[in-house]
Write a protein that binds this ligand. Structure first.
Ligand code: PAP
Length: 356
């Protein structure tokens, strides 16, 4: 396999923000299939988004499309991706629901995949000078890579990221056999992380934050950005069971408990398994150390600066690093709340084999 490249340092982008409004009936996608709206662009795309169901509660109005809830700007990106993004057979897509460890997975996958080009001890290793979020561009959020990244111009094989549900990825993702690494996380910790993230963005814009109780109720209803939480996980889980060669399913908690083991699994899945020599010299442990919360939060690039998404949202680099722990939910919600959310998720996943 050819070596994965780093995306170029991009120029700043200005993604547009559509308005939110009225209701129509939701429709659920069952697989990566095409829809008539995939052909829409410009004003007709905005009109289409305006015709979808919307709901208030989170700092931004969320719009429902094919059973999932999106911030308006994100949905525009999703639909633009459905229309214009061209998958390639050797793409690797890192898929997550927000706050499940995207930054960590990007750091790990990038470091493993590019180690022949970027030596692990190198003083100029990209992980030391660029935010991990900017090393692997999102396909539906072009402005999140530290500026605009045109994924069409990246050389193959591409390492890409998405928060999109499996059913909304371009149909070719499956038909071409693109590899997908999915990372999920205990829903209680995901919710706590989401709440802190939202409130940091709101505080920076001078607004009032959301309470844990309100966020919790909405999350339990399946109403959260890119939610319902359980549907998102379930789609990728089922795909990983049906096609284990093309979908690798990981949990945040398993990386926490044995990061070097996950590094080995990632390397094999990406087609660049660790050699005996690399095993002897502790490459898996070194990658895990380089990508650890402690190492990354100690780097200046992850403490200062940020990315502006047009004039609406400014995202500080540091906002992607908070505690990086398993079980922090217990500091923010009662045991009863935790148990109730566990029950809801268990019920939704019943019979699938996926458990948290
Ligand atoms: P995104 O989906 O919006 O891109 P994402 O990286 O998934 O963000 O979420 C950030 C969470 O991952 C934070 O969790 P917390 O709020 O519970 O602390 C962040 O701390 C955690 N995180 C980021 N990098 C690492 C890392 N290297 N190791 C462990 N956790 C990490």
């Amino acid at each position: 396999m050819a070596s994965f490249a780093s995306p170029p340092t991009p120029a700043m982008a200005q993604p547009a923000a559509p308005a939110a409004p009225p209701m129509s009936s939701p429709e659920r996608a069952t697989a990566t299939e095409s829809s008539p709206e995939d052909a829409l662009s410009g004003e007709s795309l905005k009109d289409f988004i305006s015709s979808l169901p919307s709901r208030e509660g989170w700092p931004q109005t969320l719009i429902q499309y094919k059973g999932y809830w999106f911030k308006p700007g994100m949905l525009e990106g999703v639909l633009r991706t459905r229309r214009a993004f061209l998958p390639r057979a050797d793409d690797v897509v890192l898929a997550t629901q927000p706050k499940c460890g995207t930054t960590w997975l990007k750091a790990l996958a990038f470091t493993v995949a590019t180690r022949s080009r970027h030596g692990l001890g190198a003083a100029d290793h990209p992980l030391l000078t660029r935010h991990a979020q900017h090393l692997v561009p999102f396909i539906e959020i072009p402005g999140a890579g530290g500026g605009h990244v045109d994924t069409d111009t990246l050389p193959s094989p591409r390492l890409l990221a998405t928060h999109m549900p499996m059913s909304l990825l371009r149909p070719e993702t499956r038909s071409l056999g693109c590899r997908v690494v999915y990372l999920c996380r205990d829903p209680k910790d995901t919710l706590v992380s989401r709440l802190h993230f939202e409130n940091k963005l709101v505080a920076r814009a001078g607004g009032a934050g959301l309470s844990m109780d309100d966020a919790y109720d909405m999350f339990c209803e399946g109403f959260s950005p890119y939610g319902p939480f359980w549907d998102h996980c379930l789609e990728y889980w089922e795909e990983s069971v049906a096609r284990p060669d093309t979908v690798l399913f990981l949990k945040y908690e398993e990386i926490k408990s044995d990061p070097a083991r996950v590094v080995r699994r990632l390397a094999s899945f990406l087609g660049v398994p660790l050699t005996e020599e690399e095993e002897r010299s502790g490459v898996a442990e070194e990658v895990a150390r380089m990508c650890s919360f402690e190492t990354l939060t100690g780097l200046e690039v992850n403490q200062v600066g940020g990315v502006s998404h047009g004039n609406r949202v400014h995202v500080d680099n540091s906002v992607f690093y908070r505690k990086g722990e398993v079980g922090d939910w217990a500091n923010h919600m009662s045991r009863e709340m935790g148990e109730k959310l566990d029950r809801i998720v268990q019920e939704k996943l019943q019979g699938s084999g996926l458990v948290f």
